[in-house]
Write a protein that binds this ligand. Structure first.
Ligand code: ACO
Length: 320
């Protein structure tokens, strides 16, 4: 068993869809500005009573159903999230309890928008080393709860959601390679500075702070560099890639990256217009949508990639 291979995907978007026009009644903005700068037309927002684990549970159940396997057969659960239900236990442990799994390894990964790419890469290594046979890998966020809804420069960009996949040990490929990076020197460009101590939020507030144009440039650079790295590692020409599934931050970041890579947009999965940036959920959501609508077919070669606060970034090359 030399590979890990995806045998099921699932996703979930909260029911409530907020258009740019509705957003413009909350904060001084307009549809034209948001569409022109970001490509975003709407985002889904979780209901007040919903938690990240609620979203993750539905996505996970859908992935398990497609994989035709039960939660009891899973021996590793990793959740990529920046918006956990609690400080602890991890959302992965809460998800494990909700699914009725007892005894699997379970933990969260905090790599912000790269969370799913990090989680998938870690799960692949657990499986390749024989430490796990079947992994549930999830990206789930209620990002709307760490947004200042009076700050138009950030609140228009994000949405809530969850995506999941089941990964299994396999003789046939499978994940071909994973490439993870981080550079904490850029932590100031994108962060939520607050922390909890003495029962209260300390060191600033709990809202997203972002230097938009710096983030934009950084994202395009590393997203294109990591794809070049992944192609070179696998000695693949870009024409061998059937689908690029990038982090869905902003349509301009996605098109600029594709242009730099000389990669046709027809081969790029794009979900950002109707979902906004769902952080760690964005890549598994896009993957699941394209699997279920039949664009992604067995045997095709995919590159999944992410970038997020930290900064963190990475890519996964796989034969689906
Ligand atoms: N509606 C209307 N006007 C706005 C809004 C808004 N929502 N937000 C900002 N403006 C105004 C600004 O106040 C400014 O006005 P001024 O010229 O009178 O001062 C003007 O629009 C231009 O603002 P800029 O910030 O310079 O706009 P820019 O062209 O840089 O676009 C944007 C901003 C869309 C945030 C861009 O920088 C960007 O896409 N950055 C990447 C951010 C991103 O995707 N982050 C996601 C998280 S990171 C990740 O996932 C990796």
């Amino acid at each position: 068993m030399n590979y890990s291979r995806i045998i099921g995907t699932g996703s979930y978007l909260p029911e409530r869809k907020v258009t740019n026009a509705e957003l413009a009644t909350w904060v001084e903005t307009n549809d034209e500005w948001i569409v022109e700068r970001t490509g975003i037309r709407a985002r889904h927002l979780a209901a007040p009573e919903q938690t990240t684990c609620d979203l993750a549970t539905i996505a996970a159940q859908r992935a398990l159903a497609m994989a035709n396997c039960t939660a009891k057969e899973i021996d590793l659960i990793i959740v990529g999230t920046t918006t956990p239900d609690m400080i602890y236990p991890s959302t992965a442990c809460l998800l494990q309890a909700r699914l009725g799994n007892h005894g699997a390894t379970a933990f969260d990964v905090q790599a912000v928008c790269s969370g799913f790419i990090y989680a998938l890469s870690i799960a692949d290594k657990f499986i390749k080393t024989g430490s796990a046979k079947r992994a549930l890998v999830v990206g789930a966020e209620i990002y709307s709860r760490i947004l200042d809804w009076k700050d138009r420069s950030t609140c228009v960009l994000f949405g809530d959601g969850a995506g999941a996949c089941v990964l299994e040990a396999s003789d046939t490929p499978g994940i071909l390679s994973t490439h993870l990076h981080a550079d904490g020197a850029y932590h100031h460009l994108l962060n939520v500075p607050g922390t909890v101590a003495q029962g209260r939020l300390q060191n600033g507030d709990g809202f997203t702070k972002m230097q938009g144009s710096e983030v934009f440039k950084f994202a395009v650079n590393v997203l294109s560099e990591v794809v070049e790295e992944a192609l070179a590692y696998n000695q693949l020409d870009r024409t061998a890639i059937d689908w690029l599934i990038p982090h869905q931050a902003n349509i301009r970041i996605i098109t600029a990256t594709a242009k730099r890579l000389k990669f046709p947009m027809e081969k790029v999965i794009v979900t950002v217009p109707e979902q906004g940036n769902t952080s760690a959920a964005s890549v598994p959501l896009a993957l699941d949508i394209a699997v279920r609508d039949g664009r992604i077919q067995r045997g095709q070669t995919l590159i999944l990639e992410g970038v997020g606060g930290g900064f963190t970034w990475g890519a996964v090359v796989m034969r689906y």
